[in-house]
Design a protein around this ligand. Sequence first.
Ligand code: SF4
Length: 306
Amino acid sequence: MVKDPGIEKLLNGFSKFVKKREIPLTQKEKRIKNRYTITGDIISYSICPRQYGFYKFLGYAPSNPTQEWYGSIIHRFLKRAHMSFLRTGRVVNDEEIERIFYLIEKSMEAEGIRATNERVKRRALEVLNKFCLIEGESFFRSVIEAELRLIKELDNFILYGIIDVLRTEGEKVEIWDYKGMERPDETNFYGREKLNRYKKQMYVYGFLFKERTGTFPDKAVLYFMNELLKGNLEKTRFIIDFRKEEIQNEVENFIEEFKRIVEEIEESQKTNNWRLPENIDKNTCKQCDFRGDCPKFLSFKKEQVI
Ligand code: SF4
């Protein structure tokens, strides 16, 4: 029993303070968890840890924001086209497509995101025209939600993702991701690697969807927009069937891999040591802002000389 009223007052105040915190003072403060995305973190890091670390944590901004222009205008446009469909009940016509396109382009320009040249702009407009024409009303009508944001708190970090489109095809639920490119060439190593990375992206979205709703979607569709320009309609869609047990197992395995990569990123951040990739496509390095003093890139140049 405490006799000293001064000490007793102090202890009472102390115990009220502890109660207010609702946790014992001896317990460690909860660590603030970092947020990771499959595209912005895991895929970027898997392509090149050095480039990822330099952009993300060492404060370098990409010197060429035009790289993101094409993908960005496609996503923004399709969202607006869907909103217009909800309002009017019909697909945007050629005139509206052009008007929406240039409005978005202007707002992107204000953000400092510009197309490299007129040819790229015309190409994007043509792709979007073709998409509206070919996929048309049946596509826009089947969209349940565009840009569905999903989040899941895991033990050491927060997993976050945005699904471009959630739609139904008959009774089936599909998640879609638009890719502003041609379908990667699966006959070569880097093409297969690229497609594999996109598959993993959809695995994460499938996982997040299941965490939110209790079940996997039936399918994921990677939609390669630039195949529309070549009239290769059968190559536009790459489908992942989540109803298959082997795919569900691959999803689980990849979530474990995702956790390991996050640990690696956090370790690299702590030690400020961003390793070089084991394999990388020369074309990725040619467009990299950090190639000037990069041992990997310099080794490619040496190979050429020899
Ligand atoms: S040049 Fe290539 S290997 Fe070097 S940092 Fe850039 S992407 Fe990575």
